[in-house]
Design a protein around this ligand. Structure first.
Ligand code: SAH
Length: 386
């Protein structure tokens, strides 16, 4: 078995509990093969942990276990069972949710999402990638999915020297799958939809936002229309806006699926649309802002902040007094406190006083590991304009 020896500085870092080790923190690498399970040691050879080795990434080691026991099929089966038990305890009223969330479930860089009887998997490191056949076999044994799809069409895999690919590991291509989220039904195509087909991380926020919204509501960046659909149950009228016609067609189809008739769908660039709505003197009782990640890397934060500021400022201006703003950022690189700062600046510039109704994050199926800040990326605030 390969072994990695930490520098004293690397040891101090690892002691704090973070599940990754960076290449600069290694004193020596002994016989480690790409993607293999290796042991992590102190400089003096003392055993610390086992984990995935990467011969390409800056993240040279991903923690699998602090114990010495065998990391074999039974071990992984146990981890997958625990991931599933966790969802059974904390994830309710949905047939679409994240079953495995990488490090947070003790299975580094493995994502498994469930859409009804179908599973979609992503492997984001050499270690997880090499175990693809084993994970597929155990997932089948535990859950008997009708299909298991590998959605490895992610550019981030290049950092591990892995190529982008999509494959059917089990069963056949399902086409659109109908799932439910609380009492809203929607269709997902796990082969072509964003991420593994849908934005599961917003599930709980959509349900909560839906319960806040009344009257005239705008769902900005609507994608499959899910925030809008939840809102439409209690709102008078919901306008769903997205720049993608394909997304809007799906959203409209989802509205039909739920026999909801108080939604309209508009293909617009949100930045222009918000400006035009201001000029038209349109006003809203509720606005949902769920943009794509503007800050994809640390270098993007300044430009991204300007984007978030502009969006939130315009949305706050468009709200009636007493109106509700549900605003999200899924940029990991933009911290929660920085996002709050932007919201504060937006409110000030709009000369509005905003109260925090709820401070939220990603759903319980995307659990945040305390020692792994990278696992917390989705921020969501429900605000009321006074
Ligand atoms: N709210 C959705 C997820 C939104 S994903 C949900 O809960 O499922 C982000 C969406 O923003 C995508 O559908 C993308 O097409 C759209 N988008 C990106 N930039 C945009 C822009 N400038 N104007 C309008 N829509 C945009």
């Amino acid at each position: 078995m390969g072994r990695l020896a930490l520098t004293p500085k690397g040891f101090a870092w690892f002691q704090k509990g973070h599940p990754w080790v960076f290449r600069d923190d290694l004193e020596k690498i002994h016989d480690a093969a790409s993607g293999a399970i290796v042991t992590l040691e102190k400089k003096n050879g003392e055993f610390l942990a086992q984990g995935f080795y990467s011969d390409r990434s800056k993240i040279v080691f991903r923690l699998v276990s602090r114990e010495r026991g065998a990391v074999d099929r039974e071990f992984w089966k146990g981890r997958l069972q625990r991931a599933s038990q966790f969802r059974q305890a904390f994830v309710r009223n949905t047939t679409a949710y994240r079953l495995v969330y990488g490090e947070s479930d003790g299975i580094p860089s493995l994502i498994v999402d469930r859409y009804g009887d179908h599973l979609v998997m992503q492997t984001l490191s050499q270690g997880a990638d090499q175990l693809t056949p084993l994970f597929a076999e155990v997932l089948f044994e535990l859950f008997q999915p009708v299909s298991l799809i590998l959605r490895n069409d992610l550019s981030i895999r290049a950092l591990e020297g892995l190529s982008q690919e999509k494959r059917i590991l089990l069963g056949s291509l399902p086409g659109p799958v109908e799932v439910c989220e609380d009492d809203i039904r929607y269709a997902v195509d796990p082969w072509v939809g964003h991420k593994t087909g849908s934005y599961l991380d917003q599930r709980e926020n959509r349900i909560r936002a839906g319960s806040h919204f009344r009257g005239r509501v705008l769902d900005a960046f609507c994608y499959q229309g899910l925030f809008g659909l939840h809102a439409a149950r209690s709102a008078e009228r919901v306008t769903c806006v997205d720049s993608s016609q394909e997304a809007l067609d799906q959203a409209a189809e989802n509205a039909r699926l739920n026999a909801l008739e108080n939604l309209e769908f508009r293909r617009e660039n949100i930045f222009d649309f918000l400006k035009e709505e201001m000029e038209r003197k349109s006003r809203y009782d509720g606005i949902n802002l769920d943009p794509p990640a503007f800050a994809k890397s640390r270098g993007d934060v300044a430009a991204a902040s300007r984007g978030y500021k502009e969006l939130n400022l315009r949305a706050i201006r468009l709200l009636k007094p007493g109106g509700i703003l549900v605003t999200s950022s899924c940029s990991y690189n933009l911290s929660e406190s920085k996002f709050l700062e932007i919201l504060k600046d937006s409110a000030r510039d709009a000369k509005a006083e905003m109260r925090i109704l709820e401070k939220r994050g990603q759903g319980a199926d995307h659990p945040v590991l305390l020692t792994f800040p990278e696992s917390f990326y989705l921020k969501c605030f429900c605000l009321e304009k006074r």
